[in-house]
Ligand binder design. Sequence first.
Ligand code: NAD
Length: 358
Amino acid sequence: MELKICVLPGDGIGKEIVAQAEKVLKKVAKKFDHEIYIDHALIGGCAIDEYGEPLPQETIDKCLKADAVLLGAVGGPKWDNIDHNLRPEKGLLGIRKALGLFANLRPAKVFEELKDASCLRSEIVEKGIDLVVVRELTGGIYFGEPKGIEIRNGERFGYNTMVYSETEIRRIARVAFEIARKRNKKVCSVDKANVLDVSRLWREVVEDVAKEYPDIELQHMYVDNAAMQLVINPSQFDVIVTSNLFGDILSDEASIITGSIGMLPSASIKDSNSPGLYEPIHGSAPDIAGQNKANPLATILSLAMMFTYSFSLEKEAKSIENAVNRVLSEGYRTQDIYTKGFKLVSCSEMGDLVASYI
Ligand code: NAD
């Protein structure tokens, strides 16, 4: 298969971690006989330095021509005090918008070998944590109108609008059910239908979509309960689908219970046949940038997600995940997940190891 991938290393550790994922990508291409065309483009602070803006048109054009996009991370202290509209993070929001990505997938999985890194009690982690939060990304209260701050009766009022159309709910629900089909066939839809009208519609539409997926078990949960259940009984979840605001909070909560930020990948997708964006959930880690210390596994696992969700190439995805598992079970650790008795390796050594186990 011919695969065109646009790589956006970004800032800080971005370049180091993405370089490791590229090593793995080349190995997968060789082993499974794919022709891979890799293009690079600038985003974030480095694009501001070069072009005066965080998302140059050239970057958007290259991404739109690709089958999938792999991103490192953006931002850093160098650009902290520049004009708000030119901040590196604007590049991230911009590329998600330009690619029309409406679904954000964040798996939260505790690796057998890293169970001790979880902040939850061992008897909870023992039951296993392997879930995906599917967050609606382009609608809801972050974008709803009207919004603003205004003076009413002599004092300031701030307001936003939580709004969803049936179409928006239907398409994100379908993404969740499709993913559940490839996993453990359970969807938990999270809302606040006891209080919010928008959530009542959300629930009705999700119920409707569920009729197309009789093989998938659907459950509804209020967001306050979901926040609790994630820490007291996370093993009950397979796929969680929720709105932009609830998903923002729950996906961060879900990732932190696994304990290791350097291990967590993510994907933002649209309908099939358009490029998805794959990136680690962490930032540019300026405190360790340029020191060859960063953990590249979140980026490498993002690559595995690319093979699953953009290319439907399951064997390739599994080979990456298996290589990561093998490296961990053989005791190799980057500094962030290192504990005494294990073998400390650099970012590039970790990349070499994973690539060698493909
Ligand atoms: P961060 O995720 O960059 O770092 C938080 C802590 O985790 C740091 O101590 C860092 O060293 C460590 N860390 C993160 N990733 C790691 C890895 N792969 N291996 C080892 N250790 C790792 O978050 P922050 O410090 O709040 O933000 C730093 C910069 O990144 C800021 O400019 C922020 O705006 C930006 N940021 C970008 C993204 C993104 O590109 N998606 C996301 C979050 C933050």
